[in-house]
Design a protein. Structure first.
Length: 643
């Protein structure tokens, strides 16, 4: 971003229309005070507008030029905090009225007026001005609104339709975060900003409603409807509300990362590459659902993780949770600014605030804004994330053996018995035997009748067991949900067959299988056969023989695949992963054609990542040897307890 723009905006108070340059202290109240004023004590026989003409003529001139004098002369009740003559640049405002009257009305006139009569009293109280800005008026003995002094002798002037307070300076107008986004949009000269930008998209979701008891009407139309001449609206943006980011509410406190028009468009266009939805999704419709989804998701993902509620980030110096974070989405929408003791799986330290120069942040009325030209998070952080199907999801997306898939009418799953899904806890106890010593203190044997526990490890488990119906190799099919049109590295996480047998035995059978991907074509039909997955030209995969009862999951990389079409968010997946145990009769001593699955993982492929290993241990626990006897094959044994 242009440094001059940043330096202009990097002030404690933002004034988009230049109002904060209008201070001119060459005059004082005494120079303009009319000793013939009709103010008697704290009462004035006239409207607040008439009182303004007498006591703050410069402010009255600006009010009249915006047309708001009609309201201050009406029967409606208002309170005015009028800057004394000479405390603001009247000439600059009069010039600005010729080009941006609405801005002067909202950011200057309505920034000094509230509905109803609001005198100073013994306790401070919060003031909601007509432009929704919030100030605190002090107790009567302090004579302040915000940090601006109320002239004691000219306070609490009761008029026929309200109260007038005269103040010794103008109340600063400060953007809220939504107004700053709007201001940045208005300043941009990008010719395509109305077609694609953060502000333009947010405006499509404005669902503001009228607050009748704070609005002014003048009579009725021919249909009996009230004619509103000064309306106060309740802001409601459905997109920001869905994101739990109410950037327009003055009593909020957020950190907003605000992209430039160009940065937002670049991210939106990048997202489109992964949203190539199947054209068959438009069949039978009178509009393009594919284009609608691409546009909607494009904006949604370009906005992901750019808003942070400061009230919910008490440790924001260490880490940040975006407004889209939930305990169920962990560790997504979470960014670490410093290295914790243990980073979550697949997370790295990413100080996004430092990347957008938080030291140059803009102070707004409801938080701080960091403007940036380059996103501080990657697409892998924002949306193109790992698809992880645990045993519960595997059970849900398992294709029943009676199902014939659309288009080819082929059975993807066959030659299987009824599958089983279980979860619980399991414990591995390590036992030892007390040694027997001779008179010289040497071990001569062990007390084989009295074993004792050396160590015990308990952890949860969850699996999906698909037994073969016979000695015939089965086909096992799973739908894969929520994929994007992009390349994924695919992993199959299995559990050794001894786990189901409830007894640890290194000789229990392991797995030998092939895998293939079935993807719908442009007409929405599945093929009759899938595309085989391979690693280094090999299309057959073997799991390792179990050697440790504390390792219950083996992760096997089974190849990469680039999906042509996206099915993100669709109730009907367009992708199938088929697993085919490939065990010859002569191999059944070492391999099982029934399989126990822990999960299926599709990880977005990154060109700069090292090639995945062909087989990686997914979880391992090291046994403690504290207070244990010397471990040898003859004096230690394991017992597996499934609960």
């Amino acid at each position: 971003m242009n440094n001059n723009i940043k330096n202009t905006l990097r002030t404690g108070v933002v004034a988009a229309i230049g109002l904060m340059t209008m201070y001119a202290c060459t005059d004082t109240w005494n120079d303009h005070y009319d000793s013939g004023s009709t103010v008697v004590g704290n009462a004035y026989d006239g409207s607040t507008m008439q009182a303004l003409d007498q006591e703050a003529s410069d402010f009255a001139q600006i009010v009249r030029a915006t047309g708001f004098d009609a309201y201050l002369n009406s029967s409606s009740s208002y309170t005015v905090w009028a800057p004394a003559n000479g405390t603001f640049n009247k000439d600059s405002l009069l010039t600005l009225l010729g080009t941006n009257k609405d801005a002067v009305l909202r950011q200057f006139v309505k920034n000094h007026i509230a509905l109803y009569s609001l005198p100073m009293n013994l306790e401070p109280h919060q003031i909601n001005l007509l432009n929704s800005k919030v100030y605190t008026m002090s107790a009567k003995n302090e004579h302040k609104i915000g940090n601006v002094n109320i002239i004691e002798s000219k306070s609490n002037i009761k008029c026929n339709n309200g109260i007038l307070h005269t103040i010794d300076g103008m109340l600063p107008f400060t953007y809220n975060l939504f107004e700053l986004i709007e201001s940045e949009y208005n300043k941009s000269t990008n010719p395509t900003k109305a077609d694609c930008s953060l502000y333009a998209y947010l405006k499509t979701a404005d669902k503001d409603s009228l607050i009748e008891n704070q609005s002014v009407y003048r009579g009725y139309d021919e249909y009996g409807n009230k004619v509103w001449v000064d309306s106060v609206t309740l802001r409601n943006n459905t997109i920001l509300r869905d994101m739990d980011a109410l950037l327009y509410e003055e009593d909020s406190s957020y950190i907003a990362l605000i992209p430039s028009i160009e940065a937002y468009q670049a991210r939106y266009n990048l997202v489109q590459n992964y949203l190539n939805f199947n054209p068959s999704m438009d069949d039978g419709l009178d509009y393009s659902r594919v284009d609608s989804l691409k546009n909607s998701y494009g904006h949604r993902f370009a906005m992901t993780d750019i808003f942070y509620n400061r009230n919910l980030n008490e440790h924001w110096a260490d880490s940040l949770k975006s407004t889209q974070y939930t305990s169920y989405s962990w560790p997504d929408h979470l960014y670490y600014r410093v290295s914790p003791r243990q980073l979550p799986e697949d997370k790295e330290v990413n100080d996004i605030l430092e990347k957008v120069n938080v030291q140059d942040s803009i102070t707004c009325s409801n938080g701080i804004a960091c403007l940036f030209d380059e996103y501080p998070m990657s697409i892998y952080d924002q949306f193109f994330r790992k698809i992880s199907m645990n045993s519960v999801y595997m059970r849900y997306y398992f294709i029943d053996k009676e199902t014939k898939i659309k288009g080819s009418n082929v059975q993807v799953t066959k030659n299987v018995s009824d599958p089983e899904s279980q979860s619980g806890t399991w414990t591995v106890n390590t036992y030892g035997y007390p040694p027997i010593y001779d008179d010289g203190g040497e071990i001569i044997d062990y007390d084989w009748e009295h074993p004792f526990i050396i160590d015990s490890k308990t952890q949860p488990y969850s699996y999906f067991y698909v037994p073969a119906a016979s000695t015939t190799n089965p086909n096992i099919g799973f739908y894969i949900p929520n994929n994007f049109s992009g390349e994924y590295d695919i992993y199959l996480v299995t559990m050794p067959s001894w786990f189901y047998a409830k007894d640890f035995d290194t000789n229990k059978l392991r797995y030998r299988f092939r895998a293939s991907i079935w993807e719908k074509d442009a007409k929405g039909n599945f093929p009759s056969t899938g595309q085989a997955l391979t690693v280094d030209g090999n299309n057959t995969f073997e799991t390792l023989a179990p050697t440790d009862p504390n390792v219950i999951r083996d992760t096997t990389y089974i190849g990469s695949y680039t999906f042509k079409y996206a099915y993100y968010g669709e109730s009907e997946p367009g992708v199938i992963l088929q697993i085919n145990p490939n065990v010859l009769s002569s191999q059944r001593k070492n391999f099982s054609n029934s399989m126990i699955f822990s999960s299926i993982i599709l990880k977005p492929h990154k060109d700069d990542d090292p090639a995945p290993g062909s087989s990686v241990k997914a979880r391992s626990i090291t046994l403690s040897s504290e207070n244990a006897v010397k471990k040898t094959p003859s004096n230690v044994f394991y017992k597996f307890i499934k609960q």
